[in-house]
Write a protein that binds this ligand. Structure first.
Ligand SMILES: Nc1nc2c(c(=O)[nH]1)N[C@H]1C(S)=C(S)[C@@H](COP(=O)(O)O)O[C@H]1N2
Ligand SMILES: [Mo]
Length: 201
């Protein structure tokens, strides 16, 4: 069993679980406001420089899981495609093109925003957004779209799947109680902003 499953990390597929997905035939398209749109295969993605970050995925439903996430920085991808000066938001599309979410360009360019394909040195499976997902530790988990097939560079903001259903456009993590998945779901307190530590509830 993979580490996320061992920890009992919740599995969210609001649009329905996509079933079996295949790394070898995966394609990720990067289009929109850039000079050099690209389609990356799994092999292409693996050939790019890789980063591993220690960080948390934190859900607005108030749980947070910590571990090492590996992938390619979004900053690297944005350089590759030569993002244009009019671009303000990065929009992620999950497989099936029902779930999307957008984040400000400057957050996508931060050093720990990844196109992630591994957690704790194991491939992400379909439950947790394999072959490749957005991982944005700075914002609520609904910004970390799973199993992404398209990145659209946008000059303006469009509310995504959860944002249209009432969750904040900013995705800013708010202070309050939060379950620590790495500590058996124990209820603790977070300060707001990226979660880097807990205090007692
Ligand atoms: N395609 C897709 N991506 C998604 C979601 C979803 O329902 N569908 N849920 C989001 C939410 S609300 C959270 S908290 C995280 C949860 O990631 P996990 O299912 O890997 O734990 O995925 C995000 N990405
Ligand atoms: Mo979430």
């Amino acid at each position: 069993m993979n580490k996320l499953a061992q920890l009992n990390t919740p599995i969210f597929w609001a649009e329905g679980h996509p079933g079996k997905l295949h790394r070898e035939s995966w394609k990720l398209e990067i289009i929109g406001s850039c000079d050099n749109p690209l389609t990356l295969s799994w092999q292409d993605l693996q050939s790019l420089p890789q980063s591993t970050v220690q960080a948390r995925l934190t859900s607005v439903t108030r749980w947070s899981v910590y571990g090492s996430w590996t992938g390619v920085t979004l900053a690297h991808i944005l350089n590759l495609v030569k993002v244009q000066s009019t671009c303000k938001f990065v929009r992620f599309w999950s497989v099936g093109m029902i779930y999307d979410t957008s984040i400000p360009l400057d957050i996508a360019q931060k050093e720990r925003s990844l196109l992630a394909w591994a957690f704790d040195d194991e491939f992400l499976n379909e439950d947790y957004g394999g072959p490749v997902r957005a991982f944005i530790p700075y914002l609520w988990g609904y910004k970390s779209a799973k199993s992404i097939v398209k990145i659209e560079l946008m000059d303006y903001y469009v509310p995504g799947f959860w944002e249209m259903r009432g969750y904040p456009d900013s995705g800013e993590i708010e202070a309050g109680l939060c379950r620590d998945i790495n500590d058996n779901g124990k209820l603790k307190r977070i300060a707001g902003g990226e979660v880097t530590e807990f205090s007692e509830a």
